[in-house]
Design a protein. Structure first.
Length: 290
């Protein structure tokens, strides 16, 4: 795809790492000032909430609350449309979760959350990687660690059949997946797609389309691609000059038939978007008819 085909929406954002599209056409984004942004289809942007820290990945529950993995204060939070927020998780099985990175809510009501590192200093985990990241499943009011030993656990996705949960293992430059078992635990880890995504292939956000492609954002590469159903990495956008992409870190799908990809970015001030060949997989907050 030609980078000139990418448009942007919204303004005045700071570190909009997480992004989600609503059925009514609005876009929600995390904002690095300890709040979230709402962008209407005209591009008008307003900010709401006071959740502190640094909101990172987000998802939306069926009631319209924005669930935030706040990597800045170690909380998983739920922010309602009026600006009230509550804390859903700070620890799992007695272990402090210092770096919640991305939340994913599946159709069974399970909230999957990556915790990038067991160390309080996230930057240290990037400078000196070790297998101290984990995946937490919050269900029935209980948070449990279902997978560990991950070198910086990042983006999370569940496939449309809810058979596997996928985690971007950033510092190993690969994507992992785990079979979801009947009791909500997971089975043995396996690598999904290429075992090495390239010299700059540090994966961040991931999301499925309805064709089964797993889209991946690469902030260091300043690029976006997908792992096809054949297991190969297909690049879609590369923007080495940063003409429109600014360290892309997350991707979601929305618009008519969910055929538009919206991009969250670590250095962005707005939300890039572009058309995709297949509809994005429907998330729990999106209507079947959108």
């Amino acid at each position: 795809m030609d980078i000139r085909e990418v448009k942007t929406i919204g303004e005045g954002l700071l570190r909009p790492e997480g992004v989600m599209s609503l059925t009514d056409g609005r876009i929600y984004a995390a904002d690095g000032r300890g709040c979230c942004a709402r962008i209407d289809p005209s591009g008008r942007t307003d900010f709401w909430g006071n959740v502190g820290g640094v909101p990172n990945g987000i998802c939306i529950d069926p009631e319209g609350n924005c669930i935030i993995a706040n990597i800045g204060n170690g909380e998983v939070q739920s922010l309602d449309p009026e600006g009230r927020h509550s804390v859903l998780m700070t620890e799992a099985q007695g272990q402090r979760m210092y770096s919640p990175n991305f939340p994913y809510l599946d159709f069974q009501g399970r909230l999957w959350v990556s915790n990038s590192t067991a160390r309080p200093d996230v930057d240290e985990a990037l400078r000196a990687p070790s297998p101290d990241g984990c995946l937490v499943c919050i269900a029935d009011g209980r948070a449990r660690i279902v997978a560990d030993g991950i070198y910086f656990a990042n983006g999370v996705a569940v496939d449309t059949s809810e058979t596997y949960v996928y985690v971007a293992e950033t510092m190993k430059r690969r994507v992992l997946r785990y079979p979801i078992l009947a009791d909500g635990s997971v089975g043995r880890q396996e690598v999904y797609g290429p075992p090495f995504l390239g010299p700059l292939g540090f994966p961040d956000g991931i999301a499925f389309d309805e064709a089964g492609n797993l889209w991946v954002t690469f902030p260091m590469w300043n690029a976006i691609g997908f792992i096809s159903t054949r297991g190969s990495l297909e690049m879609v956008l590369e923007d080495p000059e940063r003409t429109v992409l600014n360290r892309p870190a997350n991707i979601c799908f929305g618009g008519p038939e969910r055929r538009t990809a919206f991009i969250g970015s670590l250095d962005g001030r707005n939300i890039p978007y572009f058309d995709v060949p297949y509809p994005g997989a429907r998330l729990v907050h999106q209507a079947k008819t959108d």
